[in-house]
Design a protein around this ligand. Structure first.
Ligand SMILES: Nc1nc2c(ncn2[C@@H]2O[C@H](COP(=O)(O)OP(=O)(O)OP(=O)(O)O)[C@@H](O)[C@H]2O)c(=O)[nH]1
Ligand SMILES: [Mg+2]
Length: 251
């Protein structure tokens, strides 16, 4: 079994990210995880190797810390998640890295993921700082994601699966480097891919409102005027990206 851990402070978006990976849908109503949730991810590598990874989605809340050493045991990769809009979610990274070390997981088997990259205007964590953190601890990679918008989640878990099988010795170093580069080539830069889905302002907090459906299909081909028409549609729901309040139509 290929086991991957997804860990990080409460509310950083671990479960939302994994739901998006599984179903392709952003669920803005995700509730706190109770203990552990399990997800699976299948990936076929170009050399024909089929990997079926089991992802353990841990709860961030401190009162569940007693579970962590048990959960990390036997894992081949750890995805540590921080919220780009909340700098305090970086505070416990040392602690998570230490738990991984105690479970014989090396730092190069850890990926740092920065979530909520869609919140461009609420971002408080600098990419340069995260990169320096990755270098300081010799972690494998930094990937910024968003379950709502700029995706990169698929690339993140492809890389996690690759790291896992590399650590088991089923791909050699040459293959690892080639596949990793292929995966990183698919990663979008959130700074260069600004969210163009703003259609209105929230009636409640006045933040821009993003259109989150069709994000992964052909969204980029939908012009702004059509988005505004969708605003009027009774079948499409809009949520505010700041306060998550549902938006009433037609104002
Ligand atoms: N804007 C934005 N919000 C997100 C994103 N991912 C998650 N959220 C929101 O962040 C909140 C917390 O998400 P969860 O997935 O429950 O967080 P978690 O890390 O699993 O939290 P615990 O289970 O408590 O450890 C939810 O309100 C999500 O809708 C994202 O990419 N962008
Ligand atoms: Mg959760």
């Amino acid at each position: 079994m290929t086991k991957i851990i997804c860990d990080g402070e409460g509310g950083v978006g671990k479960t939302t990210m994994l739901k998006k990976l599984e179903s392709g849908i952003f669920d803005p109503q995700t509730k706190l995880t109770i203990g552990i949730d399990f997800f699976s991810y299948h990936f076929n590598f170009p050399n024909g190797q089929k990997v079926n990874a089991q992802i353990w989605d841990l709860v961030g809340a401190e009162r569940f810390n007693f579970l962590r050493p048990f959960c990390y045991r036997g894992a081949s990769c750890v995805v540590l998640v921080v919220d780009l809009s909340r700098p305090n979610t970086l505070e416990k990274l040392d602690y998570f890295i230490e738990i991984a070390k105690q479970a014989n997981i090396k730092n190069e088997q850890i990926i740092l993921a920065g979530t909520k990259a869609d919140l461009l205007y609420e971002r408080f964590v600098d990419a340069a700082y995260l990169k320096s953190f990755v270098e300081k601890y010799s972690l494998n990679e930094l990937i910024e994601t968003s379950a709502r918008d700029i995706n990169n989640i698929e690339a993140l878990f492809k890389l996690a699966t690759l790291i896992a099988i590399f650590s088991k010795g089923t791909v050699n170093e040459e293959e690892f480097k080639t596949y990793k580069q292929d995966i990183l080539d698919q990663v979008q830069d959130p700074i260069r891919e600004p969210c163009v889905k703003i259609v209105k302002q929230c009636w409640n907090c006045k933040k821009p409102i993003y259109y989150y459906e069709f994000c992964d299909t052909n969204y980029s081909t939908i012009p702004q005027e059509n988005l505004s028409k969708l605003w009027e549609s009774p079948f499409v729901q809009f949520y505010c990206c700041g306060c998550y309040k549902k938006q009433a139509k037609g104002y």
